[in-house]
Design a protein around this ligand. Structure first.
Ligand code: ZN
Length: 172
């Protein structure tokens, strides 16, 4: 049981993700991570390790508790199968319709996947789908994306071929 305190949600500070991750070298026991912190949505991904069995949050710390729990579950689901995947797709809009704007937290997911891949030597490619265009493709690529799906950004252009070249050029 790992008590994580941030000096903000509770009046004490304990350890953060770096120390937590270093524990992997010292024990093979499962981690039950107790986040006594503000904004657990933002920080929960940092506490995912191959040994992280549970992540608990405080309801008072979550603006949308349901969403927080969904995203924590999604984190672990990907971790468990990452070694089997050739490709992991990160949705950067809510699935359903084209032409939506990019959800910025998708970049954090990409970065976390890129870190996981480097750390474990996994070979999956990272694909991003939704709201990608000239304005953000460089940033998306820098975060670790290998494959970017662009719908409206391509098919809304006057010259589709030219637009594809511009997008590819910005991926670096
Ligand atoms: Zn505790």
């Amino acid at each position: 049981h790992v008590d994580v305190m941030d000096g903000h949600f509770v009046p004490n500070i304990t350890i953060g993700p770096a120390v937590m991750k270093s524990l992997v070298r010292w024990t093979s026991m499962p981690f039950d991570v107790h986040l006594m912190i503000s904004d657990p949505d933002k920080y929960a991904p940092l506490f995912v390790t191959p040994q992280t069995e549970f992540i608990t949050v405080h309801a008072e710390a979550c603006t949308h508790l349901h969403r927080t729990l969904q995203s924590i579950r999604a984190l672990s689901a990907v971790e468990y199968v990452a070694d089997l995947a050739d490709l992991i797709l990160v949705m950067s809009v809510n699935p359903g319709f084209g032409g939506q704007s990019f959800i910025p937290s998708a970049l954090e997911k990409v970065q976390r996947l890129a870190d996981l891949r480097a750390e474990k030597g996994y070979t999956f490619e990272i694909e991003i789908d939704g709201g990608v265009g000239l304005g953000n493709i460089a940033e998306v690529s820098a975060a670790g994306v290998d494959i970017a799906v662009a719908g409206s950004a391509v098919y809304g252009a006057e010259d589709v071929g030219q637009r594809v070249k511009e997008l590819v050029a910005r991926m670096g």
